[in-house]
Design a protein around this ligand. Structure first.
Ligand code: HEC
Ligand code: HEC
Length: 512
């Protein structure tokens, strides 16, 4: 097996600037380029100019309305705002997008069924369609009432126990280890005739926080547990990590950001001493086993939209795909009843429940959900909020802009100036947000910076304002106040602002 040795990603140079040092394989070949191989020198300069941080807050920047470059949707803003296709795809691609949409919203059924092309669900599952969690292509929410836990679930995982396991994780061959009985996530639903695994329980505790000017905000601190476990106890070192489905916009563009541009911001040992480190997550491509930069999921555990989608088919719905051919989803050997249930595999369609081209279509769809255009970018309060967002250090992680790679797989996503407001790196967010669950290179306090494009449309699209990985924040103020660890300074700057300035930051976020 190939083994990899990692050097620190960044080395300081005399000027105090940081330069990129290559991450190399044991053979000495760099795994990632240190300069953008897709651009000539002239284009590199152009890119550096347009991605330079804003310095004049008296007016909007050029192209600022178009959060996702030419792919930005300019459709009317309503509850369908996240469901449009990239504005610059071809007519033929629109048709592909529509086929993908049908599969994204399709309700899978248990086998055997009369509608054979839709069966294969489970045996254990959390939802019957992608759309059940990514509601309106937007985000899910924590349960409202005791029965509504669909768009959130508990990931189960334990750290390495033995030297051999530690080695596997260090080699990126495992992210962590599933529970021996319940697997990688708790499925609270099951096909008829099978018991579901158990129920997720949340208890909230009020934590009052006083802001400058005396305003008191009450945060709700969640504690997660499981009741009605059907197959005995969880292993003692397994942790529970609650995850709400995030919005689906701009995924293809995130994938098209050049590795170099993400790595350039990584500073795992905080060599520049700004209190913000930022670690690039290296993960294996599910099909090729190649080491790639993780960008998707709350712990940056997936390198591609396709890997995220095949994992969702398997873990969330129990559907096998060519990339993930196990047809009993997240059943384990210890769950004998589950393993004995029929599957949806049909010999005439091939060895998996969702044969080609299902996964490719769903992937294409997921890659091409457009980011809506910004609103009110020239509004005085928005500009003031933007200035405060920069001044408070929010941009240290929520990187405003990138220009995507010219070599992007889909032309529509190539060489676009995009404004995701994320560095796609892992940051220690403190104990408050910690789930205690290590995932690959992310430890139990680290999370990938959440992109902020579209964040201001959450109410419009999803009818609520629950934020953060588990939806604990009930509005943007609470989301910011939960920031700790590397983000504590920025959080404190926000808490210390006069009320009008805090309101301006929120107005800016609402314009994204
Ligand atoms: C049971 C709820 C659920 C279902 C069903 C579901 N997802 Fe997700 N999805 C999530 C959650 C939760 C995450 C965050 C994952 C994590 O970090 O563990 C996520 C993350 C993603 C992401 C990455 C988003 C980002 O910002 O990095 C993509 C892409 C995605 N899902 C696509 C799909 C597709 C395609 C399907 C259907 C095949 C699907 N999902 C079905 C809950 C769900
Ligand atoms: C050290 C890096 C870092 C800094 C600095 C930072 N953030 Fe974040 N931000 C994150 C991470 C990581 C998350 C995701 C945390 C989670 O889901 O638990 C996040 C999430 C958010 C969210 C919720 C997004 C969503 O979709 O749920 C908002 C809003 C936000 N940040 C705003 C801000 C503002 C405003 C500032 C400055 C006052 C700021 N952030 C500073 C890293 C940072």
């Amino acid at each position: 097996m190939r083994t990899f040795r990692f050097l620190p990603l960044l080395l300081p140079v005399v000027s105090g600037m940081l330069v990129l040092a290559p991450i190399v394989a044991s053979g000495g070949d760099p795994l990632f380029a240190t300069t953008r191989t897709d651009l000539d020198t002239k284009d590199q300069k152009r890119v550096a100019t347009v991605t330079r941080p804003a310095s004049d807050f008296s007016k909007p920047e050029q192209f600022e309305t178009m959060s996702a470059g030419a792919s930005t949707s300019r459709a009317d803003i309503n509850s369908n705002a996240f469901s449009h296709f990239s504005a610059n795809i071809t007519f033929a691609e629109e048709e592909t997008f529509k086929l993908g949409n049908a599969l994204f919203t399709k309700l899978w059924v248990s086998s055997p069924s009369s509608t054979q092309a839709s069966d294969g669900l489970g045996p254990l599952f959390n939802a019957r369609a992608c759309q059940s969690c990514h509601l309106k292509d937007g985000r899910g929410h924590p349960p409202e009432g005791s029965t509504d836990a669909t768009s959130i679930f508990l990931r189960l995982g334990r750290p390495a126990r033995t030297e051999a396991e530690r080695q596997q994780v260090a080699n990126h061959d495992a992210l962590n280890y599933p529970d021996a009985v319940y697997g990688e996530q708790l499925q609270d639903l099951a096909v008829p005739g099978l018991k579901s695994e158990g129920r997720m329980k949340i208890a909230y505790e009020d934590v009052p926080v006083t802001l400058s000017g005396g305003e008191v905000v009450t945060l709700r601190k969640p504690t997660y547990s499981v009741s009605d476990l059907a197959y005995g106890p969880l292993e003692a070192d397994v942790t529970l990590s609650a995850r709400v489905a995030p919005p689906m916009i701009g995924m293809g563009l995130i994938q098209a950001i050049h590795d170099t541009d993400i790595l350039a911001k990584a500073d795992p040992d905080d060599k520049d001493g700004d209190g913000i480190s930022g670690k690039a997550a290296l993960v294996r491509d599910h099909r090729t086993g190649e080491l790639k930069l993780g960008r998707f999921g709350f712990k940056a555990q997936n390198a591609s939209v396709r890997d995220q989608a095949s994992s969702a088919f398997a873990g969330d719905m129990g559907i096998s795909t060519p990339d993930n051919p196990f047809d009993h989803g997240d059943c384990t050997k210890a769950e004998k009843d589950c393993m004995a249930m029929p599957t949806g595999v049909q010999a005439r369609l091939g060895p998996v429940e969702a044969p080609d081209p299902v996964l490719s279509l769903v992937t294409f769809y997921s890659e091409n959900l457009a980011v809506p255009a910004r609103r009110k970018i020239a509004d005085k309060t928005v500009l003031r909020g933007k200035e405060l967002f920069y001044q408070s250090g929010c941009t240290a992680c929520h990187t405003p802009k990138f220009v995507t790679s010219r070599d992007a797989g889909n032309k529509a996503q190539a060489f676009q100036l995009i404004w995701p407001y994320s560095d796609f790196l892992l940051h220690d967010m403190g104990e408050g947000l910690a789930d205690g669950q290590p995932v690959g290179m992310a430890d139990g306090q680290e999370w990938r910076t959440q992109p902020l494009w579209g964040v201001g449309l959450t109410q419009t699209v999803n009818g609520h304002t629950f934020f953060l990985h588990d939806g604990r924040a009930r509005n943007l103020t609470e989301a910011i106040l939960w920031h700790g660890g590397e983000a504590e300074k920025a959080r404190n700057a926000f808490a210390a602002m006069p009320k009008d300035d805090r309101a301006a930051v929120l107005t800016f976020l609402e314009s994204l």
